[in-house]
Design a protein around this ligand. Sequence first.
Ligand code: GDP
Length: 296
Amino acid sequence: MVLGQLGGSISRALQQMSNATIIDEKALNECLNEITRALLQADVQFKLVRDMQTNIKKIVNLEDLAAGHNKRRIIQQAIFNELCKMLDPGKPSFTPKKGKTSIIMFVGLQGSGKTTTCTKYAYYHQKKGWKPALVCADTFRAGAFDQLKQNATKAKIPFYGSYMESDPVKIAAEGVERFKKENCDLIIVDTSGRHKQEAALFEEMRQVSEATKPDLIIFVMDGSIGQAAFDQAQAFKKIVSVGAVIVTKMDGHAKGGGALSAVAATKSPVIFLGTGEHMDEFEVFDVKPFVSRLLG
Ligand code: GDP
């Protein structure tokens, strides 16, 4: 039972509340404040936590609580449902179909885990019988092509890139054309990063997107970036039509609350989580266990 998985801080807050003699607004507020602290620590954006708090107060009826219904359960359920709702943008992302060519473009800041995630995504589908291919359109970072090439070779996935060509738009377009001709059904375009959100990076993303006409643009986000997640995701969404999110480095200490920000900012669902440096450390995103971890 999912509610049974609710973790440390939240359980403690609810426990304290249930010990209070009268469950009045004050006791409920104290409990919600405690939960707020836990969620902020898990990197959930302040505004989202505040909205959630307001919604919970609307949902949880104090009279029901006073009448001796299972208070803890009602509140647990409300919090859990609210967080699940926040991770659901209301529409699924584009889903590629095996045997039909789809172009998937990856965007994200340098260091987010984009290149690693491109290979993981390709490898995941290859194991299921797809015919993926990788295009390295990152001409900014020295070594980006080598890294992709190495990963791709290890996984026996065809790749395209160039040491000489400095125009990422040209490489992206050529790579996509080549793999379309080879009947690849999943053409993955890795793009350049930069450390900061710079105008030049965003212009490049816009041009690559225009040249390759991707069916899906995936925003890759480091799960440990904390409160910066919202602005970062929003900045990419403003330039290209991000349609899905992948959160990386979920094997570390981060609880990944930034995922809620990314969903809110891009209005797109999280589809996978990166859980390590290796090719197969990649999981399909599942809302309920993720929320349990967030609350733990
Ligand atoms: P890019 O600059 O966005 O393309 O990032 P890279 O793919 O080069 O990754 C940056 C670093 O993060 C590398 O050392 C990767 O091995 C590491 N990395 C990527 N994804 C994960 C993950 O899910 N977990 C962990 N622990 N490390 C990751």
